[in-house]
Design a protein around this ligand. Structure first.
Ligand code: MUC
Ligand code: MG
Length: 384
């Protein structure tokens, strides 16, 4: 049933937990992943259009405060009852209503906002990036994270990816071992790949400020391109002190989620670069808003990931395509870390770039057989 002004309305929302194996173990400072869990949102509208969205976490609750199960709970019990019956054509209005009653929960909000934009894009016959003001670029460079933990294996993996022209920038997840062991690992990989590749490192907050002050010069000497979130996300002044000490740029990730965080960090000169993520920002619109503050402050933009599958990564790609600048590239490699996915056409990287779809909506369709196979509740139900 449409409302009085014949606006299409949200009629149902399903949040489906899906567990997928990864192609190899993925080691970060706080967890080692051998599978990834997606929360897929299917948003039905009373004009027959369905929008889809996705949210992921890293290692359950080990990376952040939201888990796949809490995302589903927030959507099923709090968000869906608030928004069912609302007009489906304004993601801004729906998310404003959700923000009034639901604190935090950026991942659930991101999946919902993505699904609303997908549905509206399909309705109007335009890609999601057109709803965000239009694409500034139609493909995005994508780096790969080397995270097997073994230097020789990582070098071999990187050489292969260079040869097949998939990636030429590699991010190393460090912080789990001693700083000395990490520096040896980084230097070995940089030396092994030489000028053919750029190397970045992500500490995921693992170091104290003193450890960072002691070891970042060695990372700089090893030739890394940038250092991501070396210290605790709450230590903004510490990051500002570190940023003044070195020439290698510091990128803030966990520390910056919102336009307000971005403003605060920029005022303190605490980060030269920001990792933007739909997961942190509560969706593609939040990415564009945060990027606008970064642009105003002269902070470089980077397209980050929470290791989403194809749906979440393509939603991110639409947002990153619409940002004025994205000078540090992206890391939308999440789909390539998965052995399988629940979509008909998986995201792929060709000639070092991911193409941003131009079909209506996200330009991604669910593979119903795969969804039925991988959904966690498959033994209980076959219908979303
Ligand atoms: C993060 O902190 O950047 C991005 C790449 C990866 O391996 O993990 C994510 C999270
Ligand atoms: Mg990071």
């Amino acid at each position: 049933m449409s409302n009085e002004s014949h606006q299409p309305c949200i009629s149902a929302i399903a949040a489906i937990i899906v567990d997928l194996p990864t192609i190899r173990e993925h080691r970060l400072a706080m967890t080692t992943m051998s599978r990834q869990t997606l929360v897929i949102v299917r948003l039905r509208c009373d004009d027959g259009i369905e929008g889809i969205g996705e949210a992921t976490t890293i290692g359950g609750l080990s990376y952040g405060e939201q888990s796949p199960e809490s995302i589903k709970l927030a959507l099923d019990h709090y968000i869906a009852p608030l928004v069912i019956g609302m007009s489906a054509s304004s993601a801004n209005a729906v998310l404003a209503k959700v923000d009034q009653s639901v604190q935090g929960n950026s991942l659930a909000k991101s999946a919902l906002e993505t699904a609303l934009l997908d549905a509206q894009g399909k309705r109007l016959g335009v890609p999601v990036h057109a709803l965000l003001g239009g694409a500034v670029r139609h493909s995005l460079p994508v780096l790969w994270t080397l995270a097997s933990g073994d230097s020789a294996r990582d070098i071999e993996e990187a050489r292969h990816l260079l040869e097949v022209r998939r990636h030429k920038v590699f991010k190393l997840k460090i912080g789990k071992r001693s700083p000395e062991a990490d520096i040896r690992h980084v230097a070995a990989i940089k030396a092994g790949l030489g000028d053919h590749a750029d190397i970045t490192v992500d500490l995921n907050q693992a170091w104290s400020e003193a450890t960072a002050a002691r070891y970042i010069p060695e990372l700089q000497a090893a030739g890394v391109m940038l250092v991501e979130q070396p210290i605790a996300k709450d230590n903004r002044r510490g990051l500002a002190r570190l940023a003044r000490m070195f020439t290698v740029p510091i990128m803030a990730d966990e520390a910056i989620s919102s336009p307000a965080d971005m403003f605060d960090y920029a005022c303190d000169g605490a980060a030269a670069i920001v990792a933007l993520k739909i997961a942190k920002s509560g969706g593609p619109l939040g990415v564009v808003r945060t990027a606008a503050v970064a642009n105003a402050a002269g902070v470089g933009c980077y397209g980050g990931t929470l290791l989403e599958g194809t749906i979440g990564s393509i939603a991110s790609a639409h947002a990153f395509a619409a940002c004025r600048t994205m000078e540090w590239g992206t890391e939308l490699f999440g789909p390539l870390l998965l052995k399988d996915d629940i979509v008909i056409e998986r995201a792929s990287v060709v000639d070092f770039e991911l193409a941003v779809p131009s079909a209506p909506g996200l330009g991604v369709a669910i593979d119903e057989d795969k969804l039925a196979h991988y959904r966690r509740d498959r033994s209980r139900t076959a219908v979303a």
